[in-house]
Design a protein around this ligand. Structure first.
Ligand code: 2AM
Length: 186
């Protein structure tokens, strides 16, 4: 009963957009030091809840439902490569967004705002929309691959997902705990 559940809130990227990311990865070829994320595990994280109780999950679900219902669906497009904290000392190598950026930021802010009363402690860093492509244990320079041009095709963001994350030696497994539909756009 007191088991902790590692969880996060994210937006999924449809298969077509993920296929474009796969194509991009094959274009990039191997990048030394980067462990790639499996394409079917790629998503846009909005809030990382960490290890939380089942009770917290239930409260979070109740908090998320009205937020999603009052946000409108929007179109998003993956575009541009980059790295955290910087391309010269990268730890996270990602693809960014152009279309839908402001909408995703607003959605993220309203989700955080709704989760704080439930006990969520927001990150102090500013939210930066990104889809993690790979991670580096040892920071390295990825400015050359990060300079590759990439723009996907637009897709509809019509729901947010509460995921469970199980860390395993083979890599994390993400499973859906709940889905919250956004309001149809006018
Ligand atoms: P990311 O958003 O940069 O990809 C599940 O672990 C997801 O939550 C990942 O996508 C991950 O990073 C994101 N995340 C955010 N903060 C995290 C943290 N402190 N630990 C693990 N994952 C975190």
């Amino acid at each position: 009963v007191n088991d902790l559940i590692r969880s996060f809130v994210a937006v999924e990227v449809p298969d077509a957009a993920r296929a474009q990311v796969c194509e991009l990865l094959s274009r990039l070829g191997p990048v030394p030091g980067v462990r790639w994320v499996k394409p079917d595990a790629m998503h846009l994280t909005l809030a990382f809840l960490g290890e939380v109780t089942q009770n917290f999950i239930r409260s979070a679900e109740q908090a998320l439902a009205p937020v999603a219902a009052s946000a409108q669906c929007f179109d998003a497009r993956l575009s541009g490569l980059g790295a955290f904290p910087s391309a010269h000392r990268a730890r996270v190598f990602w693809v960014g967004m152009d279309q839908g950026r402001d909408e995703l930021c607003r959605l993220q802010a309203s989700i955080v705002q709704a989760l704080v009363p439930v006990g969520f402690v927001p990150e102090s860093r500013k939210f930066s929309p990104h889809l993690t492509l790979g991670r580096l244990k040892v920071p390295a320079d990825v400015s050359s691959p990060a300079g590759v041009r990439f723009t996907g095709t637009a897709f509809a963001v019509d729901r947010v997902i509460l995921f469970r994350s199980e860390l395993r030696p083979e890599g994390p497994r993400y499973t859906r705990l709940a889905e919250f539909a956004l309001a149809p756009s006018a």
